[in-house]
Design a protein around this ligand. Structure first.
Ligand code: CA
Length: 226
């Protein structure tokens, strides 16, 4: 996935490029708001990492222009300022996330990945977590790039979990969804389908697992050691 880096500090650009590449991203870097404008009109980026202190403009004015044009590319704003009011201003101008300098590269990568997951999930076509992907239009599940024939209800359970992006999905959500598919779903139906989904994911070599959050619902988490 290609990310645009808008940052004028050459030192930081070198570090960011290295970190992003290691994080699995392709990164283009520009040092001014004008160059960023050109890059963004020429190319579709998965996300933008935007410094506020640019030599020709405040990064936020670039962000404002971008949103005014109806461009919803996810933007993570970097800033030396860490005041609450700066953060609020950034978010109000359409930033999707905010990171104050100095920051740990791991945090930037993690936030960027979460941002991309959220934006994919909003578009709703391809939902991914770990090595599991669901094409919500073709209703096709793949694990590590291999298409797996998951039945409709297990796929529906997986979709709810993927749309929550690692947050707990309340049990009620599953009940509503499963009852919507057919009228005769028993009281322990959710447990049954979650159990089947767990087995299918494990058999397929998925790096994600379904956890039960007692009394609340279910949560998808990634097992990095798998
Ligand atoms: Ca700067």
């Amino acid at each position: 996935m290609r990310v645009l880096l808008v940052e004028d500090s050459e030192e930081l650009v070198a570090l960011l490029k290295k970190g992003l590449t290691q994080g699995g991203f392709l990164a283009d870097a520009v040092g001014t708001a004008a160059d960023a404008d050109h890059a963004l009109s020429a190319m579709r980026y998965a996300a933008v990492v935007l410094d506020r202190g640019l030599p020709d403009a405040d990064g936020l004015s670039l962000l404002r222009d971008l949103r005014r044009r109806g461009d919803s590319t996810p933007v993570l704003v970097l800033t030396a300022r860490d005041g609450v009011s700066d953060r609020v201003t950034g978010l109000r101008e359409g930033a999707d996330d905010y990171l104050a300098k100095p920051f740990a590269m791991e945090e930037l990568i993690a936030r960027l990945q979460a941002l991309l997951r959220r934006s994919d999930n909003l578009l709703g076509r391809q939902l991914t977590f770990g090595n599991v992907a669901l094409d919500t239009e073709g209703r096709q599940v793949s694990v590590a790039g291999v298409v797996r024939p998951f039945p409709a209800r297990e796929t529906a359970v997986l979709e709810i979990l993927l749309r929550r992006s690692g947050n707990v999905a309340p049990k009620r959500l599953f009940e509503d969804h499963l009852f919507g598919l057919s009228g005769d779903v028993g009281s322990n139906a959710v447990e049954v389908y979650v159990h089947r989904l767990r087995k299918m994911l494990a058999d397929a070599g998925a790096t994600v697992k379904v956890h039960t959050v007692r009394g609340v619902g279910y949560l998808l988490s990634e097992d990095k050691t798998a």
